[in-house]
Design a protein around this ligand. Sequence first.
Ligand code: T46
Length: 136
Amino acid sequence: MEVKRIHLQSHGDERGALVSIEQNKNIPFKIKRVYYIYDTQKSVVRGLHAHKELKQVAIALKGSCKFILDDGNERAEVLLDSPSSGLLIDSCIWREMHDFTDDCVLLVIASEHYDEDDYIRDYTQFKKVVANYANK
Ligand code: T46
């Protein structure tokens, strides 16, 4: 499957670096929520779900982790290890996050408020939803 990366321009000088995030500019949607994940152990797998509507951009602000993205037909593994690289996760994409380094801080920018009803937590159900979209 196609992996959509977003280059986030880093404004660096002798004082350090700065990255700016703006809705409908380098983030391709209106931003309704931001959260971050940290203190995750290397052996832990997170995610294991898809979203019906939610779109997100994930950025490893520090350290690294890996994403498995699955569109119901193909899987791709992506390493996130740079604060100037975002990973766009569209709606209806199964995601699994693993291999978190001890120092990993994963920032996630989301298009919608938190809504448990938007989650598809069962992989068989996810495949059915994808098949329904394909038949429309
Ligand atoms: C996703 C991946 C990348 C909230 O109360 N508000 C929130 O905005 C979020 C995201 C979570 N929560 C609560 C729900 C759970 O009790 O925080 C707890 C952990 O959430 P979850 O198990 O869903 O975390 P991950 O790391 O498996 O998944 C998260 C996001 O939920 C999900 O949308 O795409 O990160």
